[in-house]
Design a protein around this ligand. Structure first.
Ligand code: IVH
Length: 679
């Protein structure tokens, strides 16, 4: 036998098991992942050369074990008991009172408080420190052998003690614990499943239970399960006789123990802890459905005996349930102040954590589709801490076939105008400037400093105007009279006059500001200024196609669609007509077309225009070219530098070709301007 290699193998196994423990139990690794991987690689190499040396406690043996077709039955060495529940402080006090009447020692007793982990109970058997068997609780007498699945849990030591300096375990040690999944790992797993297009899990508990009862341990190994132990079921040597002592003992052997366990010298302390846990629960990185309160003196607890299968010496204090199932009666849609359409669940009323819940959020339309939530489904609803109740997902197994797939609405449920949904974006929007749901917010934006800058028209007055029914769209601002304003609280003659004056003054704002004031999705101040440079007025902008718009720098397909969509809404078109009627109709003076030298981009060039252009009126293009410094004449001659030709161009086009005058369409014209700007 190659003693050197054998010695190295033994050392490697111990080292790797130790680092596993540091990482998965203590959450405090002392070597890097790379170093760890190197140790494992070396171990695998030695084992490949000497397969006869592979032992069950080798860290390489965590995956690959085979579970028999049906799980074998395992008889537990001692009954794996259950727990009585209580739901309030009074219940808890009367439990202590009850057992104190049976045994006076309870009055001076100390207690241990532990989180009640919401996972799957497991019973682990160690012989001479070696993990030999793991089973489910089953009926408390007989469970199922899931040893190979449990071996995949990295927090579970394959050999005790993990730290060579640790305590020696008794020759037989049977411990009880809970296998579960950290919330973070659960979320990550669901994300992975979602990306792979697979069905996601509803909660960490179901996931843990399902994963451990997999026949394919390769699959169990991909589920990030972990473990906490909290009791000794059987031992053939001396073990501590207090609960607190046993927890310390388990920890010293290298078994994982919850860091959230506490020891209290009296009932007062326990009651304080119960209070603390109301909030503390929300900060736990794993799910707990309550806390367990245990008499610390285990001999005393044993003497008190049982009620059925429940020991008298311990009590579960259940937190109010945060997840329940109920029927999804229908799906409604809200419109927020930003125009975002948000679906919500209309539920058959159900109590969650002491509150009757009738509605829950469904986040967005993509969420409904991804989770395949259907109207009529039984759904799992969660209410945690401060969070608004939300639908986790359907319980698809309970479908009757009567369920209906939900279709997102094509029109805003408030104003009835068509909604907008941009490719690749999650939200659906109502983009109607006058949508009652968004009116206050849209007006606020419209009058604000960076847009129409109507001095003296703050949010309070906006709300007053809307509430009085005086303003139903921004156009109405320009129709206000002194009489209207005097009806409002806080308005006297002078204030009314001043406001009317500043509203009127805003008509002189340049086109860029009006475009920005419209609140078109993805069109901020900068882009509004760009648009005002290309288009002479709102009519010419309204005529632009997505293609036209995309020729402008910084305008991508989504922005172009957003602009076109906005102008396509009948309600918005009405507003434009209204602006024109009240004299709010700025025409752009493209001052910013000046190059750095101060010279204009088309300075000295002679242009002729013919035909219909996509985004300019006849007058508009003339003004635009002049704004760029060009001279615009009516007929083509040798002096003409460029002919700008649109659709249905006639004789001027022929003439230009004859004379060799370059012909530009709108796109080419814009390109020319861009090019000359660079000079
Ligand atoms: S003590 C006699 N402690 O809760 C001892 N149980 O309703 C009885 N559980 O499925 C169990 N965390 O597995 C105890 N810290 C904890 C626990 C805990 C979770 C589970 C237990 C059982 C259920 C009892």
């Amino acid at each position: 036998m190659d003693l050197m290699a054998f010695g190295e193998l033994e050392k490697l196994k111990q080292e790797i098991n130790f680092h596993n423990y540091r990482y998965h139990v203590l959450d405090a690794p002392v070597i890097s992942d790379v170093e760890y991987d190197r140790l494992v690689a070396r171990l695998k190499q030695i084992e490949a050369e000497h397969p006869e040396w592979i032992t069950p406690d080798s860290p390489t043996q965590r995956v690959g074990g085979v579970v028999s077709e049906k799980f074998a039955k395992v008889r537990h060495p001692a009954p794996v008991l259950s727990l009585a529940n209580c739901f309030g402080v009074d219940d808890l006090k009367s439990w202590v009172e009850r057992i104190a009447k049976m045994d006076e020692r309870v009055r001076g007793a100390d207690f241990v408080v532990e989180p009640k982990i919401d996972g799957l109970t497991v019973v682990l058997t160690y012989r001479d420190g070696l993990f030999v068997q793991g089973a489910t609780r089953g009926d408390g007498e007989v469970g199922e052998d899931i040893t190979p699945n449990l071996r995949t849990i990295r927090a579970l030591p394959l050999r005790l003690p993990v730290d060579p300096q640790g305590l020696r375990p008794p020759a037989l040690l049977v411990v009880r614990g809970e296998a579960f999944m950290m919330n973070k790992e659960f979320d990550a797993l669901n994300k992975r499943l979602e990306e792979a297009g697979e069905r996601t899990y509803l909660n960490p508990r179901n996931t843990a239970a399902g994963s451990l009862r997999q026949l394919d341990t390769g699959l169990t190994a991909t589920r990030p399960l972990t473990l906490f132990t909290y009791a000794i079921v059987a031992a053939d040597g001396p073990v501590p006789t207090t609960q607190w002592g046993q927890l310390q003992f388990l920890k010293a052997l290298g078994l994982p123990v919850s860091p959230d366990v506490e020891h209290f010298s009296d009932l007062e302390g326990v009651l304080g802890a119960v209070e603390d846990w109301r909030e503390r629960r929300d900060r736990l990185p794993y799910e707990a459905d309550g806390i367990v309160i245990k008499l610390n003196d285990l001999d005393l607890a044993a003497e008190l005996g049982f009620v059925g299968k429940d020991p008298r010496g311990a009590m579960a204090f259940k937190f109010p349930a945060r997840e329940v199932t109920t029927r999804l009666a229908d799906i409604g849609v809200n419109v927020g102040r930003t125009g975002v359409l948000t679906p919500y669940a209309m539920l058959d009323p159900v109590e969650i954590g002491g509150v009757i819940v009738k509605q829950a959020t469904l986040h967005n339309f993509d969420y409904i589709a991804e989770k395949d939530i259907r109207i009529g489904d039984r759904v799992l609803v969660k209410r945690a801490g401060e969070v608004i109740p939300y639908v986790i997902g359907p319980v698809a197994e309970l479908r009757t076939g009567e369920e209906r797939v939900f279709e997102p609405p094509q029109n805003c449920p408030v104003c009835g105008q068509p909604v907008e949904h941009l490719e690749g974006e999650v939200p659906w929007y109502c983009v109607n400037l006058a949508c009652p749901e968004q009116l206050v917010r849209n007006l606020e934006h419209f009058v604000s400093r960076g847009t129409m800058d109507i001095v003296g028209l703050g949010i309070k007055i906006v709300v007053q105007l809307v509430e009085a029914g005086l303003v139903k769209s921004p156009v109405d601002l320009y129709k206000l009279t002194k009489e209207d304003l005097l009806k409002l609280e806080g308005f006297a003659e002078k204030k009314a006059e001043n406001l009317l004056q500043s509203i009127d003054a805003s008509k002189a704002q340049p086109l860029a500001r009006l475009i920005s004031a419209l609140g078109i999705h993805q069109v901020g101040e900068v882009l509004a200024a760009d648009l005002a440079r290309y288009f002479t007025d709102l009519d010419s902008l309204a005529r632009a196609t997505e293609e036209d718009l995309q020729m402008i720098e910084n305008v991508g397909p989504n922005t172009a669609k957003s602009i076109v969509d906005w102008f396509a809404r009948p309600g918005n078109r009405e507003i434009l007509a209204g602006f024109k009627a009240v004299g709010l109709w700025p025409v752009s003076r493209p001052a910013s077309a000046e190059g750095e030298s101060g010279a204009k981009t088309l300075d000295g060039l002679v242009f002729v225009v013919t035909g219909t252009l996509p985004s300019f009126s006849r007058e508009g293009i003339k003004e635009f070219l002049q704004g760029q410094g060009a001279k615009v004449t009516d007929s083509v001659s040798k002096k003409t530098d460029y002919l700008v030709a649109g659709e249905a161009a006639g004789s001027k086009l022929d003439k230009a070709r004859q004379l060799g005058v370059p012909v530009l369409d709108e796109a080419a014209l814009m390109a020319l301007i861009e090019e000359r700007k660079q000079i």
